[in-house]
Design a protein around this ligand. Structure first.
Ligand code: HEM
Length: 454
């Protein structure tokens, strides 16, 4: 039998040839694919001065219409930025190709503000995976249903507080929002609006939410700016970070030091932070290695507070505002509550299925004012191709939830607050799609959607 003998040189040459051909095609492919459309940028600085710092979601929405594309491309100082204006594009890329899109950009401004080891801002890395694992235990499906009695207790306190001091309604909402997560995270009972943590979370929430779109400030777009004096013109964001840092630092330190003190005093408390601190100390005593540091414990507990309190509070404020602006909606909701619950008790979790109109109001509140209108940006690890366009590696990817919720092909009169839009067609309604995107897309948030939707 004839066995062909291939010389090692020939094999090496063929392999090298193959690599060159593949590299050529890869390079050619990248070069020939166009970027998604978008407005023209300027020489060297790209779109640095084109993207507005205020109300960028509306600007992106308008550019999407102008360029007839749900995917837009920008760059600032060579940093590519991709804006996804439709649910379909977000699902196609962030959900279906999740492994490539689960990273985050570096949030320089938030770092300067004092945010450190917090899952929400961590890049895709072993550290991020570790924080996700740490935060998994209090937010499994069975665990979150155990918080319902806590949520009910706090809701009753909220209603009583608002009836007793109607002018303090906003403060009562803030107490409620922090009370739930403070209990889960630290085992602390925030039973009055005068509790120090109400101010702490207020200040930290304000500092974070007024810092501009995450990843979108001048400091994020051009990080060396952080070393300049903050009184220079155009560096408002830098000054903002310096002026507001103490709010974020206090939000981390005060609750954390409280938990440490309780540990030293031997207080038993089965909260998230106590469980981790106990594990840490017992490993230390037994000479075993610890997988996580005290900074990890501090940061992951703070993530529960900041991610869970300001978001809840703001959503409830939008709800109240919409009820004030739309009294006819409020009346209809009252009719439904009277019919399903009666007037001698407050609604319970078990009543949810019977409160259809109230559920439509909840969805419409999420649609009309998504509190993170551009989501929290993701970043892709590799070049990608979408509908014949290049999504370059390392792009900052914004999910324009604001635009998705105002898509006239999906929502009739999208600027109107109209819970009836969700009544199914089979019942004579418009059967419009439930809003998606408020809680983000892709792999980052899978776990927390359980908490938010139960
Ligand atoms: C109305 C309420 C809420 C809204 C609108 C909201 C919205 C969001 C959004 C848009 C993200 C980014 C997801 C992405 O990467 O695409 C996020 C992340 C996160 N949220 Fe929420 N959230 C809410 C409540 C909560 C609550 C109650 C908790 C916990 C108790 C929570 C914990 C987190 C955490 C830990 C992350 C970071 C996940 C990661 O980056 O891997 N959120 N949230």
């Amino acid at each position: 039998m004839y066995i062909p003998i291939i010389s090692p040189y020939a094999t090496l040459l063929s392999a090298a040839g193959l690599v060159i051909v593949l590299a050529f095609f890869k390079f050619r492919n990248r070069r020939t694919l166009p970027y998604p459309p978008g407005p023209p940028g300027e020489f060297l600085i790209g779109h640095l001065r084109v993207i507005p710092f205020e109300d960028s979601p509306t600007a992106y929405l308008n550019w999407g219409r102008e360029y007839k594309s749900d995917v837009l491309y920008f760059n600032t100082l060579r940093q590519p930025i991709i804006v996804l204006n439709s649910v379909k594009a977000c699902v196609d890329l962030l959900d279906r190709r999740g492994a490539n899109y689960a990273d985050r950009p570096r949030f320089v401004l938030l770092e300067l503000l004092g945010w450190g080891m917090t899952l929400t801002w961590l890049r895709w890395s072993p550290k991020m995976q570790q924080h996700r694992k740490m935060l998994q235990s209090p937010f499994t499906k069975s665990k979150v249903s155990q918080y319902q009695s806590l949520q009910m207790k706090e809701t009753h306190r909220l209603v009583k507080g608002m009836m007793k001091s109607p002018l303090e309604w906003e403060l009562e909402l803030r107490r409620f929002a922090i009370a739930v997560v403070a209990n889960v995270g630290y085992g602390v009972d925030i039973n009055t609006v005068d509790h120090q943590w109400v101010d702490l979370s207020d200040a930290a929430g304000y500092a974070t939410s007024h810092a501009g779109a995450p990843g979108g400030t001048i400091v994020d777009r051009f990080p060396p700016v952080r070393y300049l004096p903050d009184w220079l013109p155009g560096l408002r964001a830098l000054k903002y970070a310096h002026d507001n840092k103490s709010a974020i630092v206090n939000m981390h330190e005060i609750p954390y030091q409280g938990a440490l003190r309780e540990m030293e005093e031997g207080v038993t408390n089965p909260s998230f932070i106590h469980n981790l601190l106990e594990k840490y100390r017992s490993n230390e005593k037994e000479g075993l290695p610890n997988d996580f540091t005290l900074a990890d414990i501090k940061g992951s507990a703070a993530a529960i507070i900041i991610a869970g309190s300001d978001t809840t509070m703001t959503t409830l404020v939008v709800f109240i505002l919409m009820m004030m602006c739309n009294p006819e909606v409020q009346k209809k909701a009252q009719v439904e509550i009277d019919a399903v619950i009666g007037s001698d008790r407050l609604p319970e979790f078990e009543d949810i299925d019977g409160l259809t109109y109230l559920n439509y109001i909840r969805l419409e509140v999420l649609r009309i004012a998504p509190l993170s209108p551009l989501g929290i940006p993701h970043r892709n690890l590799k070049d990608d191709e979408y509908k014949g366009m290049l999504i370059p590696k390392g792009s900052i990817i914004y999910q324009n939830v604001f635009a998705m919720h105002r898509d006239p092909d999906v929502y009739s009169n999208p600027y109107d607050f109209n819970p009836d839009r969700y009544i199914p067609k089979s019942e004579g309604g418009l059967g419009e799609a439930f809003p998606v995107g408020n809680f983000g897309f892709g792999r980052r948030y899978v776990l927390f959607k359980i908490y938010c939707f139960t």
